[in-house]
Design a protein around this ligand. Structure first.
Ligand code: AMP
Length: 214
């Protein structure tokens, strides 16, 4: 099965994708992570996109679609993908259908994690991520002791460059302008599920699990 986790920046798509991927043996395809890796590895693509990401804009569809195509058709991942951070505009949504159809695959579930702006801000501005295992913490929401006893050690815990107040404004605007219209594209489908993304992490995971196991 292929899943889409949909929602604004900070809605919890990545956090849920990690749990659900583990439980159902799926592959988490986070376009944000893939792009950040390109930057880290200083590839040609990485050099082109670094500034765009740091300023909160969207990377061009052609770069994204090329990166995605290789993964979608890879026999190790096909039919077991969680799309996290993609599609981010209507053209990408249309292109995803084309790529999946061409490879005899489809989307089986879409989960929209609905979260209000105030909470999104708190999550993004407090977010710290372990560079080693990708686990996410929040300076405001997690207890200090909880963060300090992280298995990989605290030295890998870093803030994302685009997780600051200024860039957040652009990222949220981009979401409202370009990504939200994708909701209209999907919301009438019978495999579209809106989930209250403000609930506790475990409560949301349970809800998603329940839907996936019916
Ligand atoms: P994320 O980790 O999902 O918050 O993505 C971080 C940044 O990567 C975004 O602000 C965009 O600059 C870029 N990005 C991630 N996914 C996409 C996408 N599907 N289309 C365009 N840009 C993307």
């Amino acid at each position: 099965m292929n899943l889409i986790f949909f929602g604004a920046p900070g809605a919890g798509k990545g956090t849920q994708a990690i749990f659900i991927a583990k439980k159902f043996n799926l592959y988490q395809l986070s376009t944000g992570d893939i792009l950040r890796n390109e930057i880290k590895n200083k590839t040609e693509i990485g050099k082109k996109i670094e500034q765009i990401i740091n300023e909160g804009g969207f990377v061009t569809d052609s770069i994204i679609n090329d990166l995605l195509k290789k993964i979608i058709t890879n026999p190790s991942y096909r039919n077991r993908i969680i799309f996290d951070g993609y599609p981010r505009n209507v053209q990408q949504a249309e292109n995803l259908e084309l790529m999946l159809n061409a490879d005899n695959q489809s989307i089986n579930f879409i989960f929209f994690l609905k979260v209000n702006r105030e909470i999104l801000e708190k999550r993004i501005l407090g977010r710290i991520i372990c560079e080693k295992c990708n686990k996410t913490f929040n300076e405001y929401l997690n207890k200090k002791e909880e963060i300090e006893k992280h298995d990989c050690g605290t030295k890998y815990l870093k803030k994302r460059k685009d997780d600051n107040e200024e860039v957040l404004v652009t990222r949220y605007d981009e979401y409202m302008k370009k990504t939200k219209p994708v909701l209209d594209f999907y919301s009438s489908r019978n495999y579209f599920h809106e989930i209250d993304g403000t609930s506790e992490i475990q409560v949301i995971t349970n809800k998603i699990e329940q839907i996936l196991t019916v």
